[in-house]
Design a protein around this ligand. Structure first.
Ligand code: MLT
Length: 398
């Protein structure tokens, strides 16, 4: 028989979200009439902005005509989108990037999962605990040593600078699952650490649009010198409702280097090589829809979407807090991180919530050991379901 990659046997049996979906499916089969509300996986529920839909229609029509039809596009992304990304997401914030540094992709999950391939398998990786499972699982699949950075309530769920040398560090801010946001001083400490240790930071800022507080950094490149140590990942999913459409981008600065075969190598060159070999680009029509996010109309609609979800977050936070529960997040992030009362375990609460309130959330322990005793709720539901879910939780009398 063929020999498998045994590293896969070191993974938890199932990826977190399908495991939760399976539990919900089983419950639904036993209780077919249950009106189940999902505040579990962070999937958006509002339709795409009109600006994006119109761009999709227009681009689809182009595909129907011989003169405007497009086949394979540039693997890295069309320049019309890359230019708008740079202008609106970076130059508007005083950050300069060259088009070569931006790679358009089919999702931040794929990017944060794939980027580890360009690094050696004998490096040490550091991830937060609790953590978005993709960072951890993809490095386990590759057989790397992964060390955890506990994120506790007493540190505002910020990972502390480790007293060991980590080569690759994953930071997520605004954070999934805790909703915490790293401030400039904290980010600077990480940039300084990475410079001192020759490390690389993967900075996942997929939720940057949810930052309300003006002095909080949206990009790691707001910190001087970060281009020498950090790769940044962003997504249109949670910003403009692209979870089903799929479009994201990753910035791999030209200043970022690694070492191999006795010489310095640009990580940008490696990633381009990998991208061109394994990826044929995001569909043209999807890139046109992503470009529409940066139109005047698109910007207005995205703002409304974010407002909508953040109002949901405020409803959940206020509702749970008024029950005397300790609730984190939800202020600069779409996730609510609930401290469970009376020593309740995360998966036990999941069962209680599903069976007694027909509400689905995500057990904190699914994101790591330090998430035990916590529970994540998302603000991505409809307003009606969010209000209903809070009402049902209130009735539980926790
Ligand atoms: C989550 O619920 O954590 C996210 O939706 C998962 C993802 O973006 O892949």
């Amino acid at each position: 028989m063929i020999k498998i990659n045994e590293n896969y046997l070191n993974l938890e049996q199932n990826y977190l979200f399908p495991a939760i979906a399976k539990k919900v499916k089983e419950y639904r089969e036993k209780h077919p009439s249950a009106d189940i509300i999902s505040l579990g996986i962070g999937d958006v529920t509002r339709p795409l902005p009109r600006a994006c839909v119109e761009a999709l229609h227009k681009a689809s029509d182009e595909m129907a005509c011989e003169k405007t039809f497009r086949g394979y596009g540039p693997e890295q992304g069309y320049s019309f989108l890359i230019e708008d990304i740079i202008k609106n997401d970076y130059e508007a914030f005083g950050i300069e990037l060259s088009p070569q540094e931006v790679f358009v992709s089919d999702g931040a999950k794929c990017d944060v999962g794939n980027i580890q391939e360009i690094f050696s398998t004998d490096i040490t990786v550091a991830v937060a605990d609790p953590v978005y499972p993709v960072y951890l699982d993809t490095n386990i699949m590759a057989g790397r040593k992964v060390l955890k950075l506990p994120c506790l309530a007493e540190n505002g769920f910020a990972p502390k600078i480790p007293d060991f040398k980590a080569d690759l560090i994953y930071l997520c801010s605004p954070n999934n699952p805790t909703g915490a946001v790293l401030n400039k001083e904290q980010l600077k400490e990480w940039v300084d650490y990475a410079k001192k240790n020759g490390s690389v930071i993967i900075f996942d800022s997929a939720y940057k649009e949810y930052i309300r507080q003006a002095d909080l950094p949206r990009s790691i490149y707001e910190i001087e010198g970060a281009k020498e140590v950090a790769i940044e990942v962003r997504s249109f999913s949670k910003t403009a409702g692209f979870t089903g459409l799929r479009c994201a981008y990753m910035v791999v600065p030209l200043a970022l280097k690694g070492a191999g075969k006795g010489k310095d190598v640009l990580l940008n060159d490696l990633w381009r090589r990998r991208h061109c070999t394994k990826f044929n680009g995001v569909p043209y029509i999807v890139q046109r829809a992503a470009q529409a996010v940066y139109s005047e109309q698109g910007k207005k609609e995205v703002k409304q979407l974010i407002e909508y979800y953040m109002t949901n977050a405020a409803i959940i936070k206020k509702g749970l807090s008024s029950l005397g529960l300790t609730v984190y997040g939800g202020e600069n992030a779409p996730y609510i991180w609930l401290k469970l009362p009376n020593g309740l375990k995360s998966f036990d609460f999941f069962d209680i919530l599903l069976s007694r309130a027909n509400v689905v959330g995500t057990p904190g322990s699914g994101f790591g050991e330090c998430g035990e005793g916590y529970f994540r709720l998302t603000s991505f539901g409809s307003r009606e379901n969010t209000l209903k879910a809070v009402e049902r939780i209130e009735k539980l009398k926790l």
